[in-house]
Design a binder for this molecule. Structure first.
Ligand code: PLP
Length: 376
């Protein structure tokens, strides 16, 4: 009998993932505007988070810093972008992290402590879930956008209470009930944190995000976001008052113990931030309306009013088959399965971008119409 290798258990684990139709495989692609080419096949890209589709900006490659920001990696370009992001969010200050994921990990674990209570929406992103685990605070999950549940859970005694929600939910495309959340939280003197990775630069006046859209900007204590989605660049940040930023610089492990983003990426974000975002935002709004309306007319049930349009399928295998059908017909939409969404709530998560032309949208709708009798 062949002797067992100490890593054989990994095969069993992978087999279990495959059996449940949850196996993930990396594919290599080349993106060009509205298209992505995979294995030589040019596909319409309906799963990019580069929502605004800002045309390519030219930046100069600079020498890499190869150090963390607290050592020698704090290029002066950071100052300009952090000032601009603080102003964008009407906050005193901001701090850039290497990614939005790391911003969530670093910020929440730095400010929430033992004896505190974090209330987190049940559909919050994995990076928020992980950040709550990293803090020593008690974590309580409230039902999605359910104010009664939030209110009830806010009655628990704690030193500090935090309410954390996404602005636009990443896998469902619905808005959080920010107006109600701020009202309920204020009554309980709870600190309000919004992760607006998918609403920032995309909704609200001048793309100021979901809090601006609901006219509650001043009520948000900490604003966390990504530079890698609406802005189509790279990185993450938090905007808040000075002492919060100071604490994050002093305590965030995902800020202190990692290399700084290269300054050419910071320049890239700055250039995109200063570009004509309004024009792209209008195009995105038009495209979103056109695609949502077309899908509804075909018969798909669309519950989102934003640029993230999920088509809920349920069964994981059917969602994979749907994705394959679209792929074979020239449209790329990656099916989303557990653990990104709950089991049996697999879906096609369409993300609209300003890259898409009217003809692109018509072509996509043609294929979705062909798919409808097979996968509705
Ligand atoms: C709600 C939310 N927060 C944070 C992140 C992480 O952002 P980044 O891609 O910049 O790490 C994501 C990414 O998908 C997200 O959806």
């Amino acid at each position: 009998m062949a002797s067992k290798h100490k890593l054989d258990f990994i095969d069993l684990e992978l087999e279990r993932i495959r059996r449940n139709n949850l196996y993930r495989k990396l594919r290599y692609g080349k993106t060009n505007g509205a298209y992505i080419t995979i294995n030589g096949k040019k596909l319409l890209n309906l799963c990019s988070n580069d929502y605004l589709g800002i045309p390519t900006v030219k930046i100069q490659f600079k020498q890499l810093q190869s150090s963390s920001r607290l050592v020698s990696g704090n290029d002066e370009s950071y100052k300009k972008l952090e000032d601009a992001l603080a102003k964008h969010k009407s906050k005193q200050n901001s701090l850039i992290y290497p990614t939005g994921y790391m911003a969530n990990l670093g910020v929440i674990s730095s400010i929430a402590k033992k004896g505190d209570l974090i209330l987190s929406d049940e559909l919050n992103h994995a990076s928020i879930i992980e950040s709550c685990k990293l803090s020593d605070a008690q974590v309580s999950i409230y039902k999605h956008n359910n104010m009664q549940d939030l209110q009830k859970k806010l009655k628990h005694k704690a030193k500090n209470k935090f309410v954390i929600t996404e602005g636009i939910f990443s896998m469902d495309g619905d808005f959080s009930f920010l107006k109600q959340i701020t009202e309920v939280s204020e009554k309980a003197n709870a600190i309000i944190i919004v992760d607006d990775a998918h609403g920032d630069f995309v909704v609200g006046k001048d793309g100021k995000g979901t809090p601006n859209y609901f006219n509650v900007t001043k009520k948000i204590d900490l604003y966390i976001s990504s530079l890698s989605k609406g802005l189509g660049s790279f990185g993450g940040y938090v905007a808040s008052q000075n002492n919060v930023i100071d604490l994050c610089i002093n305590k965030s492990k995902s800020f202190i113990y990692t290399s700084a983003l290269p300054s050419f990426l910071i320049d890239h974000s700055m250039k995109r931030f200063e570009s004509n975002r309004e024009k792209q935002k209008k195009k995105l709004e038009k495209n979103t309306k056109q695609l949502s309306k077309g899908l509804t007319q075909i018969g798909y049930k669309i519950n989102s009013s934003t640029h993230i349009i999920p088509i809920i399928i349920g069964n994981e295998k059917s969602a994979m088959d749907f994705g394959k059908f679209l792929f074979n017909n020239g449209v790329f939409v990656q099916p989303i399965r557990y653990p990104t969404v709950p089991k049996n709530q697999a879906r096609l998560r369409i993300s609209v971008t300003a890259w898409l032309s009217d003809a692109n949208i018509e072509k996509a709708l043609e294929i979705f119409e062909k798919a409808y009798p097979k996968f509705r």
